[in-house]
Ligand binder design. Structure first.
Ligand SMILES: Nc1ncnc2c1ncn2[C@@H]1O[C@H](COP(=O)(O)OP(=O)(O)O)[C@@H](O)[C@H]1O
Ligand SMILES: [Mg+2]
Length: 234
């Protein structure tokens, strides 16, 4: 579904990604792990199109994404939930969900899609007409995920979704990722919560200083204490 090769990225003169190679197959949960500053967020931002200085190749559903604007990548079925959740102030939960459909060909089915997403996210269903920023951090994160999911993306990229969220909600969120996978959504997940992420992932890439230093099945990596200690402690 997604094939990234020789991806290089720069912030100004600083060369932060070096020849990143990674693949995500349809139906998989693939995890990107690595310390703070390893280049995980930059990798996701490059894939969705938020960085201007990049080189290499990003092929999504047989189409080269490099050079295409972010909105075009979105309408091709790529979704991104950034680290900062970007819940819009002053809007209700329902209005935030509508935003997820603004640029989608599914816009005409908005009412039905909001009902549908509310079944998957019962916490949001109870709060559709509540102002979104009055919800807890975890609930706002659920909203950010729901807003990305409502347009039925083929691949969703999530940047540290469990960060700063109560453990009980984190468990609920990971259960949700399992369900999303079962429904056929492909997931590229960045997580500091390595054990939890590997537990639901199929494969993982380990990043360090802007490069992929290790790639293994999630199961193999879960058992590999040396790699985890070396590259994954915050
Ligand atoms: N906007 C920016 N301008 C300059 N350097 C940045 C910017 N964002 C991130 N960096 C640098 O790029 C590197 C990779 O960062 P990032 O992709 O955010 O890492 P991670 O998500 O793995 O913590 C780090 O050295 C970081 O300091
Ligand atoms: Mg990051």
């Amino acid at each position: 579904m997604l094939s990234v090769s020789n991806l290089n990225a720069w912030y100004g003169a600083s060369h932060v990604l070096q020849d990143i190679v990674l693949d995500v197959n349809k139906g998989e949960i693939v995890c990107l792990i690595g310390r703070n500053g390893a280049g995980k967020t930059t990798t996701l931002k490059s894939i969705i199109g938020l960085l201007d200085k990049i080189r290499g190749s990003i092929v999504f559903k047989n189409e080269e994404l490099l050079g295409q604007p972010a909105h075009r990548r979105f309408s091709r079925g790529l979704a991104y939930v950034p680290e900062e959740r970007r819940i819009v102030q002053g809007l209700t939960v329902r209005e935030n969900l509508r935003l997820g459909l603004v640029a989608s060909p599914l816009k005409a089915r908005e009412a039905a899609l909001i009902d549908e997403i509310a079944m998957i996210f019962p916490r949001l269903a109870e709060r559709l007409d509540q102002e979104a920023v009055t919800m807890s951090g975890g609930e706002q994160q659920m909203l950010a995920i729901a807003r990305a999911m409502i347009a039925k993306p083929d691949l969703i990229m999530l940047d540290e979704p469990s960060e700063g969220i109560m453990p009980v909600l984190v468990d609920e969120m990971f259960e949700l990722f399992r369900n999303m996978k079962q429904q056929g959504t492909t997931i590229l997940l960045v997580e500091q919560n390595v054990e939890l992420a590997l537990d639901i992932a199929d494969r993982a890439y380990v990043l360090d200083q802007g490069a992929v230093v290790h790639h293994a099945s999630a199961q193999a990596l879960l058992a590999d204490d040396e790699i985890k200690e070396r590259y994954c402690s915050v």
